[in-house]
Design a protein around this ligand. Structure first.
Ligand code: 5GP
Ligand code: ZN
Length: 114
């Protein structure tokens, strides 16, 4: 059985505040938000990180990206701006090794990031 915490959220073995779900992906609120809106988007398929994409995932990546953009527009995040972040590897800050995009919105963000 998978020990991956995000696979467990997909399987509903761990509860999360799910905001969107379809056959490919789910979106849920981060348990430790760093912005007024902090939402995680994950594919249901276990892929370790952005760095593990192969040609096999080209369709998934396209649909995943378009659906995140649509979600952000429907929620109105595009009006003021929002940030999409994905950490790849421990030095970049990845702590859960199931691909996820953070959507951060609701405050000003600095550049460069910390
Ligand atoms: P990373 O550090 O890998 O880029 O991001 C992992 C994120 O997952 C963190 O922001 C962390 O707060 C969030 N997280 C970790 N465990 C859980 C959980 O069980 N439920 C939810 N909703 N978020 C989690
Ligand atoms: Zn997983």
């Amino acid at each position: 059985m998978s020990e991956c915490i995000f696979c467990k959220i997909v399987e509903k073995k761990i509860t999360a505040t799910i905001l969107y779900e379809d056959e490919l992906m789910i979106a849920f609120r981060d348990i430790n938000p760093v912005a007024p809106d902090h939402i995680l988007f994950i594919p249901k398929k276990h892929i370790e990180s952005f760095g593990h994409f192969t040609e096999k995932e080209e369709t998934l990546i396209g649909k995943f990206s378009v659906r995140i953009a649509k979600f952000a527009k429907e929620k109105g995040f595009d009006k003021k701006g929002y940030r999409i972040v994905t950490n790849i590897g421990a030095e970049a800050g990845q702590t859960v090794f199931h691909l996820h995009y953070h959507l951060l919105a609701g405050r000003n963000f600095e550049w460069p990031p910390g």
